[in-house]
Design a protein around this ligand. Sequence first.
Ligand SMILES: *Cc1c(COP(=O)(O)O)cnc(C)c1O
Length: 470
Amino acid sequence: MRYVSTRGAWREDPQPFSAILLEGLAPDGGLAMPQAYPRLDAAALAALRPLGYRDLAHAVLSLFVTDIPGADLKALIDRSYTAATFGSDEITPLSTLAPGLHLLHVSNGPTLAFKDIALQLLGNLFEYVLGKDGRELNILGATSGDTGSSAEYAMRGKRGLRVFMLSPHERMSPFQQAQMFSLADPNIHNLAIDGVFDDCQDIVKAVSCDAAFKARWKIGTVNSINWARVAAQVVYYFKAYFAVTRGGGDGVDFAVPSGNFGNILAGHVARQMGLPIRRLILATNENDVLDEFFRTLTYRPRATAQTCATSSPSMDISKASNFERYVFDIVGRDPAVVRALWQRLDTEGSFDLKGTPYAASVAASGFVSGKSTHADRLATIRDVAARYGVVVDPHTADGIKVGQEHRDARVPLVCVETALPAKFAATIREALGRDPERPAAYADLERRPQRCERLPADAARVKAFIAAHA
Ligand SMILES: *Cc1c(COP(=O)(O)O)cnc(C)c1O
């Protein structure tokens, strides 16, 4: 399996997995995509059905990772997906709320959000690939909460890797801050920036645009456009499909709360591989860029100033980074069309697929969408608690709300639980008048010693810190 860019780079020279693993954007600004999706027929699916999570992950990921010896890849997977890290050997267990209505638990990892599924594997893949030729990498990132902690828990103690994570000073929830700042590993550096999240992101951009500094200090990222993250997430769509069907090719619907389009893109990839997914039900919060696209076929990213802070904060996005991969498939994988559309985004701020030949491909891709507001979230958290005795987090509630709107009683509906409610206690209190349960391991989290480096919103100061600690 080799990889090309959505905008045409590497066409004559498709790249192996290990080469795209450590890269952010392709040289032409596009995203890495497999040259073609592996296709699984009914017999191949039947062979995967009985496998446990680790063997299933190995079977699926082997199709995308063909330049790491099978036994090595298996060892990396076995080390990433353990009962100690994810709470059970099922890794992503499924529970049934009512006949035909299920919850897929992908948020039982160390930071209680689904990003751990991909990042735990990424940490081990990075260490392996760098270790092969004695290279090092300094990961620079900006976080408003979930991604940063997930990256730090995945990279802590890894050889050849250091993390420099910028966060806005005193703007994360106490739980999120304690999760990151209580890590004592010497390769983890938390930089609390005097500013907001956008200031942090601007600094990361400024540092990454300094090519000489980037090369000298071997700066890399772990952002959501990393292909390995998408591939790792494909596995739990298979796992859930097998958990709710008996074979025979019957379809399943998935409801997925979406922000950067990474999670649900993995569902799209699984569907392209032949997994009988009928519908991918995409839920947004008040920041409804993606719902607007699937309703109107117009993609209109927002300005940062038009992005509102909501009670499902991990979906507060102005543009969906991974969406370009889906569009690449929709336009028949023609990089010239992708280039033209993204050029139109630059000049006109939006593009419209209505009335084009691509409208039919969108319709055939199985996506439907909807939007959920703060009031919907609270109502859904209350309703699910009252009916089923289960407390769900605000993001999961957005998915359940929109999933119910599109529900077909003849088709099993799997709602993806993307975080545990313990992370978002304030909204749970507002909905239910009580605190969410917290996993025992986190009981004393906010009381643990914390450390961070406080810096002004100044790229030069951040560079100096990296140079002194890399
Ligand atoms: C990141 C995140 C999302 C959004 O996922 P995308 O892959 O960006 O669409 C949803 N819920 C939670 C809890 C998250 O952390």
